[in-house]
Write a protein that binds this ligand. Structure first.
Ligand SMILES: [Zn+2]
Length: 226
């Protein structure tokens, strides 16, 4: 191969990121990825001996390609949501809580759904944030291949940096369908994972954490009370 040819190959190597990472990508690149993915899904189905003439499966490669790129993994390719901040004019210094934020994600390990809810609470510094923005942030990080522990930290780091609150807490409670579908032992109703991230005052003050969990409508585990 000529030096030029090698050079071109190096330049054309696509950008990569962890499953829960984010990369800037053009609309044209996305369309090309979708096309490639469709071909590969067709190949996978053929390996699985699924007859491409099966009317229920005929358009599945196309459907899957679209779904993964434009829906389930779209947080990997979209720019971060804009966070509208407002001045904290009244010097609010109590916890501001947002409950019932939906989490719909995909586990990096098995590519199965992670479904649940998230509670975010903070004590404002100089700013307060538009409520719907919290949902957007959670959605942006969730629409990727995720590990719930890292998802929780990603949301916390992002909000800490944008909002610079005096305290910040995130609690994520989810069901992992890789566990449920594969029939790993355990009561499905009880099989939830709870992860937390605490920043600022909430990482130092056990009483404040207790108040947070009470407002979040969650039981206060003993380790938090100590
Ligand atoms: Zn999994």
């Amino acid at each position: 191969m000529s030096t030029n040819g090698r050079q071109r190959l190096v330049e054309e190597k696509p950008k990569m990121a962890d499953a829960n990472g984010n990369i800037a990508i053009t609309t044209a690149e996305l369309a090309q990825m979708e096309q490639e993915l469709e071909q590969h899904f067709a190949a996978i189905m053929s390996i699985l001996r699924i007859d491409p003439a099966d009317p229920n499966s005929a358009d599945t490669p196309k459907r899957l390609a679209r779904m993964w790129i434009r829906e389930l993994f779209r947080g990997r390719y979209e720019p971060p949501p804009r966070c509208t901040l407002f001045p904290n004019r009244r010097k609010v210094h109590g916890l501001v809580m947002s409950r019932g934020i939906e989490v719909r994600s995909i586990c990096s390990h098995h590519w199965q759904p992670i479904i649940g809810q998230c509670v975010i609470g903070y004590i404002p510094g100089d700013f307060i944030i538009g409520l719907s923005k919290l949902n957007r942030v959670v959605e942006w990080f969730s629409r990727r291949g995720q590990v719930q522990e890292e998802l929780t930290e990603q949301i916390a780091d992002f909000l800490q940096q944008k909002l610079q609150p005096k305290a910040l807490g995130i609690v994520v409670v989810c069901r992992h369908y890789c566990v449920i579908l594969r029939g790993v032992e355990g009561d499905e109703e009880q099989a939830v994972m709870v992860t937390t991230a605490w920043r600022g005052k909430l990482s130092e003050d056990a009483q404040l954490r207790e108040e947070f969990l009470r407002l979040a409508g969650m039981e206060v585990p003993d380790y938090v009370k100590r």
